[in-house]
Design a protein around this ligand. Structure first.
Ligand code: FPP
Length: 235
């Protein structure tokens, strides 16, 4: 289990975010359909979140489905949505048992009414739980900012500030991610947490997401504590 470097309060790792990439390659390597990679990836997601919370991290954010992922072949989108729906059905019980407070980041409008209702119910019923779990679905960082500005405009606001825009983001009231981890070797952000990531630290690993385990989290946390965060100032 990783340990926190408690020397500097400013640096304490409180919020970690994951881009879970590599499910498709993991399946391909085994001669399996891509969907099998997503099934395995969904299990990894729950294990990793639990491990982070057990290690004293307060918030875990996971990028499950982007606004661009709808462009995938229809059978793959369908498989991901079915997987997502089955997690939601088990969700209320599991999240409560694990003391997780779930928020879905993203536009819920394209989901079918049952799925939407379930997402809202999980958010409501887990609201008093201790550990913050954000699941980004149908999420795009640019779309999130546009949505925030439109919401402000619809209230008649014509002059914007960072604080006002932040108050309408899906993550309103939450701390920005201290660390963003991406699996499977790609070195990009792919429209994830565009606003919130401006001072995040980044950690990239070649491990494919379904293989991502405790030692990968430990390595990411170690890398984080080896950095000096200056937030534009001087240390
Ligand atoms: C990235 O791997 C993975 C996705 C875009 C989808 C992940 C979705 C799930 C695991 C399903 C449900 C989510 C929850 C929260 C239960 P990739 O397909 O881009 O992999 P590749 O780059 O190797 O092709």
């Amino acid at each position: 289990m990783f340990v926190h470097d408690e020397n500097s309060k400013k640096k304490r790792l409180s919020h970690i975010a994951f881009i879970m990439d590599g499910n498709g390659r993991w399946a391909k390597k085994r001669g399996l359909p891509r969907e099998a990679g997503h099934t395995e990836g969904a299990k990894t997601f729950m294990r990793v979140a639990e491990y982070c919370f057990a290690g004293g991290i307060d918030t875990v954010t996971i990028y499950a489905f982007s606004t661009e992922n709808w462009k995938r072949p229809p059978h793959e989108v369908k498989a991901i949505m079915t997987l997502f729906a089955s997690y939601l059905k088990r969700g209320i019980k599991e999240m409560t048992e694990r003391n997780m407070h779930v928020t879905f980041l993203g536009d819920k409008a394209p989901f079918d009414p049952d799925t939407r209702e379930l997402m809202e119910r999980i958010e409501r019923e887990s609201a008093k739980n201790r550990y913050k779990l954000n699941i980004a679905v149908n999420y795009g960082g640019r779309a999130e900012i546009v949505n925030a500005v439109n919401r402000l405009a619809s209230k008649g606001i014509t002059e914007f500030s960072e604080e006002l825009i932040e108050s309408e983001l899906y993550t309103a009231g939450q701390r920005d991610p201290d660390l963003i981890v991406r699996s499977a070797g790609e070195l990009r952000l792919s429209n994830f947490l565009t606003w919130q990531s401006v001072y995040s630290e980044f950690h990239f690993t070649d491990t494919l997401w379904p293989d991502f385990g405790e030692s990968d989290v430990d390595a990411a946390v170690d890398a984080y504590y080896s950095r000096t965060r200056r937030f534009g100032g001087v240390v």
